[in-house]
Design a protein around this ligand. Structure first.
Ligand SMILES: [Zn+2]
Length: 299
């Protein structure tokens, strides 16, 4: 769903080439863009399972169809309401090919969590934990928690119990207790199986259910941890008529990037959480002011 802004919602009623009474059907379908180099016109094809965005088609009685609206995933419900309204008004048959599909929401869209909830008014059942969920992910149909359990390429896997495996020439090899392995492949087309290479050279293919069974496997992922550390950076002797003006002058004078961004692993995060303004000569700090900066918490 990454190629088109999820907030996309466009209608093209001007594209209707027949009077509205000459159409018979209205349909919602998932669409992918297939642009090959050198083509200026966007080429699209129907793909209800892994769409880039969604389109509303109306079908003319002679069979040809025209697009009258496009929308991103977060506006799919709006598109459905729009289509239903048109279908009711013109007595068109309404068919929604996107119903019952589980669509990926990528992480950037998770910020719009509420919107995502709104579009999934339906309750789904997670294939792994079997719990009801409002949000479902991927063709595997997992809830967010179960999705978060799955390993990635390069994730370390410990086989707690060990396992007997058979090699290609039918020799049994035992992967002993607490053997260490690494995920070296994920096969979405084969039930999303993980291939794990163990230290004795044996590769095991494990389903999401097997690999997340904590009696048999421990999943040890690698993480990059980013700490947001508060430092105090002072600008001294700033002349100004008010504390607010002093803060503005100080921030204009300080180059936080130059002072704080000292390498790939240390970078000014462009967040200032507040200010303290002391007045020079106010030895008892009677006029000192503390000000909370306007910033958007991002967690
Ligand atoms: Zn689940």
């Amino acid at each position: 769903m990454s190629q088109v802004d999820s907030n996309l919602f466009d209608t093209y009623p001007e594209l209707l080439s027949y009077p509205q009474c000459q159409y018979s059907d209205i349909e919602i379908q998932g669409v992918v863009e297939i642009n090959s180099d050198g083509q200026t016109e966007t080429q699209c094809q129907i793909d209800d399972e892994n769409p880039h965005f969604f389109s509303v088609y109306i079908r003319h009685k002679d069979g040809c169809s025209e697009v009258i609206a496009d929308a991103g995933l977060s506006k799919l419900n709006v598109l459905r309401e729009f289509s239903q309204r048109l279908a009711d008004r013109h007595q068109w048959r309404y068919k929604d090919y996107t119903l019952g599909q589980a669509y990926w929401l990528d992480v950037s869209q998770m910020a719009g969590h509420l919107e995502a909830h709104a579009l999934n008014q339906k309750t789904w059942f997670c294939r792994l934990c079997k719990q009801p969920t409002k949000l479902i992910f991927g063709t595997l149909s997992l809830c967010q928690q179960c999705l978060g359990l799955l390993p990635h390429i390069g994730t370390k896997i410990i086989s707690i119990q060990g396992k007997m495996s058979e090699t290609t020439n039918a020799v049994d090899i035992l992967t002993v207790n607490n053997s260490e392995g690494v995920v070296d492949g994920i096969f979405p087309e084969q039930e999303n199986c993980f291939s794990v290479v163990f230290q004795n050279g044996v590769t095991q293919f494990l389903s999401p259910r097997e690999i997340t069974d904590t009696h048999n496997y421990r999943i040890i992922k690698k993480h990059d941890v980013h700490c947001y550390v508060v430092v105090r950076v002072s600008a001294r002797g700033i002349e100004a008529e008010s504390h607010q003006a002093a803060i503005e002058k100080a921030e204009a004078a300080l180059d936080f990037h130059a002072m704080l961004s000292t390498g790939a692993d240390m970078e000014y995060a462009e967040i200032v959480i507040g200010h303290t303004v002391d007045e020079l000569g106010d030895e008892n700090y009677l006029n000192t002011g503390h000000y909370k900066a306007q910033y958007a918490p991002f967690f």
